[in-house]
Design a protein around this ligand. Structure first.
Ligand SMILES: [Zn+2]
Length: 389
């Protein structure tokens, strides 16, 4: 029988091993070389060589353990916090935000910059270029990448915004590619819900990391899916657009062009609209959040309406995906445990009992800024080398 040997070039093999350790450290945090050996299955000399190479490239750093074990304390390695940097960019209809973080994902709050979203696309790219450069002034670390989060329908295969209901100047564009050509740093267009899945995975316990989903109801309603430890993207990366499922064909017009989409009914924008109607004046999201906090009884009907609609969307996701957790990201509606309880109660009535009992409904712990950072760090790791599965 002829043996079939696959020859892997040593340089490629080293990159593949580097990727394995980067992936592990990104998800699990600081680790000793012994632990890396155990988890990766690589030999001690290989782990040592790979770690040394990543330290030399500035992608990892060594730290002392918090409480040294008995005997000789082994140093820990972690993703670099200062020698390698990433930026996260959030592009929203009213304003954009830029954050700087280390490869360990920690954001340097003093460097966060906000700007009013310019009126034209060219103005937007020029402003992002300027602000990203300003955010990095005086830092010694090398920028490794910029994650650009857009809340809209994104075709990941084509790397293009298909439709951004709140900011149509982004339609058929790729602000990440256009920013990259100006700033000369790798930029990646990211879908908000997928990026949130990555930031939530980074702050989850090991038992909760593999099968969960995220609802982002801050603008529309998007669904991010982590299944078996991997993001579910679909053929073109457009999976999870649950917000555009039509549940009332005669309902209000949605940004996508259809009527009565779920996202016209079960979002932060929906509660702002309902409370504004009741108050008889157009209220800002922050004002609505305050009113709901101070006078929940006055808006019980509105809260109930949105909780029921959100539970309907949640029941679809839970029935289909059977996640261990459904995490909801919200800035106005779901900012209190009481409102979370209202959604849970409605879900009990609407969902399949066995699947609902199997799933915890919680609020997200990470911010969109952390999501942008987690998204670009994931991208850097994924493109470091092909994965061996
Ligand atoms: Zn729609």
């Amino acid at each position: 029988m002829r043996s079939t040997k696959i020859r892997v070039e040593p340089a490629l093999l080293r990159r593949i091993n580097e990727r394995r350790l980067l992936e592990f450290l990104q998800i699990s945090g600081p680790s000793s070389r012994a632990r890396l050996r155990k988890i990766s299955g690589l030999t001690a000399p290989t782990v040592s060589k790979v770690v040394d190479s990543l330290l030399e490239q500035g992608l990892l750093e060594e730290i002392d353990p918090v409480r040294p074990a008995m005997g000789r304390p082994g140093r820990l390695v972690r993703m670099a916090s200062a020698s390698a940097l990433v930026l996260g960019v959030l592009v929203n209809a009213d304003r954009c935000t830029i954050v700087v973080a280390g490869l360990d994902g920690r954001i340097d709050d003093h460097r966060t910059r906000h700007l009013v979203t310019p009126a034209t696309y060219q103005g937007l790219i020029a402003a992002l270029d300027r602000e990203c450069r300003a955010a990095l002034v005086g830092l010694a670390g090398a920028p490794q990448g910029i994650g650009v989060v857009v809340d809209g329908l994104i075709n990941d295969r084509e790397q293009e915004v298909v439709c951004c209901a709140n900011l149509h100047m982004l339609d058929r564009r790729n602000p990440a590619r256009d920013l990259e050509s100006r700033i000369g740093v790798r930029c990646r267009l990211l879908k908000g819900t997928s990026a949130l899945c990555l930031s939530e995975r980074a702050c989850s316990d090991a038992a909760d990391r593999d099968d969960f989903c995220v609802f982002d109801i801050t603008t529309g309603i998007g669904l991010g899916i982590m299944s078996g430890g991997s993001l579910v993207a679909g053929h073109s990366g457009m999976a999870g657009e649950i917000g555009h499922v039509v549940i009332d064909p005669d309902g209000s017009l949605c940004g996508c062009g259809n009527r009565g989409c779920l996202e016209t009914l079960a979002t932060d924008a929906a509660i702002v609209r309902l409370v504004s109607t009741k108050a008889g004046t157009a209220l800002a999201p922050d004002e609505v959040a305050r009113l709901l906090e101070e006078r929940p009884a006055d808006f019980a009907c509105e809260i109930d309406t949105v909780a029921n609609r959100l539970a309907l969307a949640a029941s679809m996701a839970i029935n289909i995906l059977n996640p261990t957790r459904l995490l909801i990201h919200s800035r106005v509606f779901l900012v209190s445990e009481a409102r979370c309880d209202a959604v849970r109660a409605a879900l009990k009535r609407l969902g399949l009992a066995a699947s609902v009992d199997d799933c915890r409904v919680e609020r997200t712990r990470s911010s969109k800024e952390q999501a942008a950072v987690a998204g670009i760090i994931h991208e850097i790791t994924q493109t470091w080398a092909p994965a061996l599965r």
